[in-house]
Design a protein around this ligand. Sequence first.
Ligand SMILES: Cc1ncc(COP(=O)(O)O)c(C=O)c1O
Length: 392
Amino acid sequence: MAFIVAPQAVVRPGIIELRWGTPDLSLLPVEEVGAAAQEMLRLAGPLALDYGTNEGPEALRAALAARIARREGRPPGLDEIAITDGISPALHQLAGLLVRPGDAVLVEDPGYSLALGLLRDLGIEPVGVPFDADGLDVERLPGVLSGVRERGLRPRLLYTIPTFHNPTGRSLAGERRRRLVELAVEEDLLIVEDDVYRELWYDVASPPSLWRLAADVDGGTDHVVRLGSFSKSLAPGLRCGFLTGSPALVRRYADSGLIDSAGCLSQFTSLIVAVLLHDGAYDGIVERFRQAYRERRDALVAGLKGALPEGCSCTEPGGGYFVWVSLPPDLTAARLRSFAEPAGVSFVGGAAFSVSRADHGLRLCFAMYGPEELTEGAVRLGRAIRLALEER
Ligand SMILES: Cc1ncc(COP(=O)(O)O)c(C=O)c1O
């Protein structure tokens, strides 16, 4: 039997594809997931193949609650967790449930390109909030909110990636985190915190989530929902994630028409994840990823520092998947592409991430290739930038 399966990430011959935000296939935990699937079927039997409870299996919610309590110091109640099929579908679902005509959704500028596309599919045109080396510019948020209200719109959601941001790899600075939650309460805005890279820190443990900090701010817990995912800490094909938020928000999600009809959207895989959490395999996998990605991050950053011409700079992320390269003001990513791809390297250009379509940055992913190819990718990129600058 020809059993044809292809990855989403297409690799073109001769090109080091730094454009894809996907893991290296050779790192994915095939053995561990196989063993956990067998054990899970032994434990759950036919219930694994049935529709699951709307909020997701207690086996996973309880294991997650215990882990979150240990790691983050805020134990979520079981009524404060729902299992999802990943961050993208959960964001789509929440935006569809909560945003009504006349509501505005705020995002970082630059922000996660695929979330922008997902919001636009729902008829929502996101409003950008300025972003700098310390993450979302919290002091400028009230000005953006006033502008939104002057246009007759009601600010409803703020979608943000405060920890190892996609595309820049930056994290929201410590003092800004609490202030952001306070502002959300003052302005009656719901923060949707995308926490996809929490497990992937390489130097020091990830900063506290906004969800964690919300417990220390009066009224905070009603104003933050955190979206977590096993896509980066286990495997994206499992399509399994979770959300932590107020009991009312968790109920709104779990009682929605879609989930009422389908039951838990990742019933089968969430039970496998529960086994991986229980037997400790999860911690081993995360540690393996951390070691591999730390080395890759180091290789790409060192390679870029040696290869980028004057006028360019790159971020040095403490976690996640991405490095951001800033180009000189007279070179756009769109123009650079016609030099980079013939030189054998790809990237995602800034315009894809920007509400204002600013195009002077490049996102490079270091998860998919080993250190040697990343070093070579940096050399190729440096060469392409020099050529593009010379041919002005
Ligand atoms: C910031 C961010 N959010 C969400 C996702 C996708 O998460 P999931 O696979 O859980 O839908 C990604 C994947 O690259 C991401 O970078």
